[in-house]
Write a protein that binds this ligand. Structure first.
Ligand code: BG6
Length: 489
């Protein structure tokens, strides 16, 4: 596989929150990798902007340490890192005050070029930043802003945020990140569905019994307890990442792979979602790991609130009420401190309408599993005859394809989600970014679910660290005569 690097013109990128966790963990390493791939043309300027009183050398020190930790490899040692660091600059800027803005405008002076402003800061600062960019003449037609989740806490706050940004920028200049959309295999969902004739005729309620979407993590809430305890798995993962996966799996084929064509189809899926019945929702909270509570404390200890009722796990059954999917449930689950890190979509097909082999052959259903991470690939379980004499006994075997193996030894590691998304932002391609109405529609579906359990005063069910989640989530399936497929890495 030969990687194709699509050239871009020299650009400016300002990272507000340039000394923050996301800048160090994701944004700077992503830019460095793109630099090594030859995609940061001479003359491009990358500026860190934050409150800290740093100079260019101080910022380069921060970036060097972050890149060595989060993007280690030969390029850190062969001179590329030092060359990349020379591209960086830093301006101390107060998002809520006037200090630093004239200096920032001065650094960005000259040159007709794309200017991207990455808001890697809390949403409370979005409005201040947007207003000051406009006031200082930095919000021209070639400017764009990239904003991170959480995009709102509910529908009302998301609407307010959209309105704040819309007061200064057009929708075509606003790039709302959901990093799942930048993952290689998530885009592969569209390639598999719309690049093959094989699946599409079967992709409906006539042939699909149900669909399972699992995003399991082994990590706990770590040092993000304060944020997480206000969000929970529903707001942190379900409203955005799982919702995006659901959209890509369920949407109608767009006429073209163009930003608004794709996003129009996704919005239609979200709007077709039924409200979720209370008995179709299971919330869980992880307990400490037995025998290792110090390294793996319980959720409540991690967030330092012995009475917290925030969920670190949620499973639910959703229905997309449209012509294609009426009658096919979508089971979604996500949680922290589970048995393995595994994001997978299982499309479980219906049994054959009639078994010519008799009852003892058992029931067999084809399952198409799309593994998003790790070990990206596709498996189709197919029914065959068990070898040997003794009659017709049927077994299910996997037709298994790992993308890494299929793409051969020259296959490179795909770019990290942030690499792709940042470069798409620079290129002005919004296909993999969420539109304002899409985010609002997702909150409109999520809000009543959360309001419901709050009104009912429900506490989450405890589950063991390292397990597959609370038992009630299994019952959610078993009541329907179905089973979750295993959480395998
Ligand atoms: C983030 C969530 O958006 O996604 C985190 O806030 C979560 O809680 C993370 O851990 C998962 O991302 P990934 O890429 O590791 O699957």
């Amino acid at each position: 596989m030969v990687s194709r690097v699509i050239p871009v013109e020299a650009f400016d990128l300002v990272i507000f929150g340039g000394t923050g966790d996301l800048a160090g963990r994701k944004i700077l390493p992503a830019l460095f990798r793109r630099y090594c791939a030859g995609q940061l043309p001479e003359g491009s300027r990358i500026l860190g902007a934050a409150r800290a009183d740093l100079d260019r050398a101080g910022y380069a020190d921060f970036a060097r340490a972050a890149i060595r930790e989060h993007a280690p490899g030969r390029h850190c040692e062969d001179g590329s890192l030092e060359a990349f660091l020379k591209r960086l600059d830093y301006v101390a800027v107060d998002a809520c005050g006037e200090s630093g803005w004239a200096a920032l405008a001065g650094r960005l002076a000259g040159g007709d070029r794309v200017r991207a402003f990455y808001f890697s800061v809390g949403p409370g600062l979005f409005g201040d930043l947007a207003q000051r960019l406009r006031r200082h003449g930095l919000a021209g037609a070639d400017s764009r802003i990239v904003v991170e989740k959480p995009f709102g806490h509910d529908l009302e706050s998301a609407r307010a945020l959209n309105a704040t940004l819309a007061a200064q920028f057009d929708e075509g200049q606003i790039y709302r990140i959901d990093h799942y959309l930048g993952k290689e295999t998530v885009q592969n969902l569209m390639a598999v569905r719309f690049g093959n004739m094989l699946f599409e005729p079967l992709w409906n309620s006539q042939y699909v019994d149900h669909i399972q979407i699992t995003v399991a993590e082994t990590v706990g809430v770590g040092g993000r307890g304060e944020y997480y305890d206000r969000a929970g798995a529903m707001r942190d993962m379900m409203q955005n990442h799982l919702m995006q996966l659901l959209c890509l799996i369920a949407m109608e084929p767009p006429a073209k792979f163009e930003p608004d064509e794709v996003r129009d189809e996704k919005v239609k899926v979200i709007k077709a979602l039924d409200p979720v019945a209370p008995h179709h929702i299971v919330r869980g909270q992880y307990e400490a790991r037995e025998g290792d509570a110090e390294a793996h404390p319980s959720y409540r200890e991690a967030v330092d609130d012995p009475r917290s009722t925030t969920e670190s796990y949620v499973a639910l059954k959703a229905h997309v009420s449209n012509w294609r999917w009426a009658g096919t449930p979508f089971y979604l689950r996500t949680g922290k401190r589970l048995v393995a890190r595994s994001s997978v979509i299982n499309v479980v097909f219906k049994d054959a309408p009639h078994s010519i082999f008799g009852a003892e052959a058992g029931r067999h259903a084809n399952v198409l599993s799309i593994r998003l991470q790790p070990n990206e690939g596709i498996t189709l379980r197919v029914t065959i005859k068990e070898p040997g004499p003794g009659g017709m006994r049927l077994v299910d075997v996997p037709l298994d394809m790992s993308f890494a193996e299929a793409l051969g030894p020259e296959g490179e590691d795909p770019p990290d989600a942030y690499e792709r998304l940042i470069m798409d932002g620079i290129r002005g391609n919004q296909t993999l970014f969420m539109r304002g109405d899409e985010v609002e529609a997702a909150w409109a579906w999520t809000d009543p679910i959360i309001a419901g359990w709050q009104a009912r005063g429900e506490a989450p069910k405890p589950y063991d660290s390292g397990s597959t989640g609370p038992r009630d989530a299994d019952l959610l399936m078993e009541r329907d005569g179905r089973k979750w497929r295993g959480i395998n890495p």
